[in-house]
Design a protein around this ligand. Structure first.
Ligand SMILES: N[C@@H](CCC(=O)N[C@@H](CS)C(=O)NCC(=O)O)C(=O)O
Ligand SMILES: *[C@@H]1O[C@H](CO)[C@@H](O)[C@H](O)[C@H]1NC(C)=O
Ligand SMILES: *[C@@H]1O[C@H](CO)[C@@H](O)[C@H](O)[C@H]1NC(C)=O
Ligand SMILES: *[C@@H]1O[C@H](CO)[C@@H](O)[C@H](O)[C@H]1NC(C)=O
Ligand SMILES: *[C@@H]1O[C@H](CO)[C@@H](O)[C@H](O)[C@H]1NC(C)=O
Length: 274
């Protein structure tokens, strides 16, 4: 029987949840990693869209069955491993709500000043390069069966590129600022209230050792820390404090417990958050 194939990318937020699961569940060497560069838009290769109609990472294929979202991928890994950890609770669902989408946080801007910063940085490069890959794949004959997916994706990524290029109509820009403001308001609530409330005995949500919820939440929190200015894990708590005020003690203990683990060091090499 062939190994499960796990499609990930080193800079992808949700791939990190699956990668933490692989490391924590002693599945290293038991899963075949297939690097898929989001930067180049490789996820838009029609052969991948055929596997996952939403073209997102992580994706896992085992015994001909595709697991196409992070929750299903991590649950598969947890059931595949002989090491047993605490199963997911409502926290996994909560951290995946669109209202606190960490991928949107990476590209969001609440005002002109933030738009100028984000629109001239890595988020812009990422938008332009993936749009290039997207258009290239969309033009191939193999893409024809998925035309509506490609059309919708090209429209939404082009809209972001236009915002960054200063070419979006004022109403679109204001709508983007509004959506970004709502996003950060919801992130603040999750980070300051939902997360600490979900940690009971600590340091992890599941207790002394990480469980399924923790793989998802760690990936989310690491990325939010990056977006608010913590490039390295050693700078994460200070960056979070600067944006949101004093770090809830349970969250500080959570961060320290995670960043000391071998799995974390593997997924965030050299402490570089993503
Ligand atoms: N709801 C999805 C979200 C996954 C997702 O957005 N993945 C990002 C990478 S972290 C992605 O593949 N984005 C590709 C794209 O938007 O084209 C899940 O839980 O798996
Ligand atoms: C694609 O995303 C939509 C919206 O999030 C979801 O309802 C649908 O189940 C996803 N499809 C797959 C194949 O993951
Ligand atoms: C993940 O995909 C499964 C199967 O398509 C679906 O039932 C589930 O609702 C999805 N979960 C999330 C969080 O999108
Ligand atoms: C943005 O939010 C403001 C204040 O809540 C509101 O007045 C305005 O209509 C919104 N604009 C758009 C385009 O969503
Ligand atoms: C680790 O980080 C340091 C400081 O940011 C950098 O100089 C070094 O090249 C990095 N090493 C690796 C292996 O990424």
């Amino acid at each position: 029987m062939s190994q499960p194939a796990l499609y990930t990318f080193a800079l992808s937020i949700w791939s990190a949840a699956a990668e933490l699961a692989v490391a924590e569940l002693d599945l290293d060497g038991k899963v075949e990693f297939k690097q898929t560069s989001l930067l180049e838009g490789q996820n838009f290769d029609p052969s991948f869209v055929k596997i996952n109609k939403n073209a997102t990472l992580p994706t896992l294929v085992a015994n001909g069955k595709a697991y196409t979202n992070t929750t299903d991928v991590v649950d598969f890994l947890a059931s595949y491993s002989s090491k047993k950890v605490a199963p997911k609770t409502g926290v996994t669902k909560a951290v995946h709500e669109d209202s606190i989408d960490p991928n949107f946080a990476f590209v969001a801007a609440r005002n002109d000043a933030e738009l100028a910063t984000v629109g001239s940085g890595f988020a812009n490069i990422f938008t332009v390069t993936r749009l290039g890959g997207l258009k290239k794949y969309a033009a191939t004959p193999e893409a024809a069966p998925y035309k509506s997916f490609y059309d919708a994706k090209i429209a939404s990524v082009s809209e972001l590129a236009a915002l960054y290029a200063g070419q979006a109509p004022p109403a679109a820009k204001q709508g983007f600022f509004n959506a970004s403001t709502s996003l950060w308001d919801a992130i603040r609530v999750f980070y300051l209230e939902t997360l600490p409330a979900s940690i009971t005995a600590g340091p992890f949500i599941a207790g002394a050792e990480p469980g399924v919820d923790d793989f998802h939440v760690a990936a989310w929190l690491a990325h939010i820390a990056l977006v608010v200015g913590g490039e390295k894990d050693s700078e994460g708590l200070a960056a979070l404090e600067k944006r949101f005020g004093p770090v809830p003690p349970k969250v500080a203990a959570y961060w320290k417990a995670w960043s000391a683990r071998d799995s974390w060091k593997k997924v965030y090499p050299n402490g570089s958050l993503h």
